[in-house]
Design a protein around this ligand. Structure first.
Ligand code: HEC
Length: 145
């Protein structure tokens, strides 16, 4: 008997906690009803990576670990029905990867410039594919002093 009561209480507590978390979670945009594509997930990781590079460059810290996963960018599956241009998309993807490689090669004093070139490569692809994040990308540059 005591067992049943305990598990009922535990269950009630879990339900309450569950609701609390749901209420705290931000409302999802409509496209989140279907899981994000492989490409969309990679983009979120690329944006997060760029944000941490920016913070590191501004503080003069070491760069975050080199993100090997972004090698898969040219082949990542986009959202169903999204038009991916067979010529320009791989070209822009390669350009992003070149800028990423360069960022990790240059000396500290050239990192700001290399980071801004990386952000420019994001903006270039987004000029022709998926313009939605362009506003966010434009705010990612490190302003010249
Ligand atoms: C080669 C082209 C290309 C490059 C380079 C590129 N993007 Fe994207 N990005 C896309 C495409 C296409 C999508 C839409 C993906 C989908 O819905 O499957 C996207 C989606 C996004 C999204 C929305 C992801 C989501 O949650 O749905 C963000 C944010 C984003 N990109 C930021 C960036 C940033 C920041 C960079 C550079 C660090 C970058 N992108 C570089 C093509 C590119």
């Amino acid at each position: 008997m005591i067992h049943h009561r305990t598990s009922f209480l535990v269950l009630t507590a879990l339900v309450i906690v569950g609701f609390a978390f749901r209420a705290a979670a931000p409302a999802n945009p409509p496209q989140e009803l279907t899981p994000p594509s492989e490409l969309a997930l990679m983009m979120r990781a690329m944006a997060a990576h760029a944000d941490s590079v920016k913070a590191a460059v501004n503080r003069g810290d070491d760069l975050p670990r080199y993100p090997k996963a972004f090698k898969g960018l040219p082949k990542a599956q986009p959202t169903k029905g999204m038009h991916i241009d067979p010529i320009t998309f791989p070209t822009f993807a390669k350009d992003y990867q070149n800028k990423l490689g360069r960022l990790y090669k240059v000396k500290g004093s050239e990192r700001q410039q290399a980071y801004n070139a990386l952000v420019q490569s994001c903006a270039n692809c987004h000029g022709t594919h998926c313009p939605g994040p362009l506003m966010r990308i434009k705010k990612m540059y490190i302003a010249a002093e």
